[in-house]
Design a protein around this ligand. Structure first.
Ligand SMILES: [Zn+2]
Length: 77
C-alpha cells in the first residue's frame, strides 16, 4: 500500500507535543491502493484510494491533530 503525505496548509494551533500517529478512522475510504495521510501527524485521512476515485472537498481537518490538509488536485472531484 503506497502512502502519500498531504500538504499541510494550516498547522494545528496546539503544536508542541509530538505523538505517534493517532488511531483515527479515515474520513474517506476507497478500494484502490494509495493511502493519503496527514502531513503533520501521519494519520490516514483517505484510505485505499484508487486512481479514479476522488474526494469531494479541497481541504480537510485532520481528525488526529487538527491540522488542515490540502488534497492534491488529482484527488479532487
Ligand atoms: Zn494530523
Amino acid at each position: 500500500m503506497a502512502s502519500i503525505a498531504l500538504k499541510v496548509t494550516n498547522p494545528p494551533s496546539t503544536d508542541g507535543h509530538h505523538q505517534s500517529p493517532p488511531d483515527v478512522k479515515p474520513l474517506f475510504r476507497g478500494n484502490g491502493s494509495t493511502d493519503y495521510v496527514c502531513g503533520n501527524c501521519a494519520a490516514v485521512i483517505a484510505a485505499a484510494m484508487g486512481p479514479t476515485q476522488h474526494v469531494i472537498v479541497d481541504t480537510t481537518i485532520c481528525p488526529g491533530c487538527g491540522a488542515e490538509n490540502e488534497f492534491p488536485r488529482e484527488l479532487r472531484a
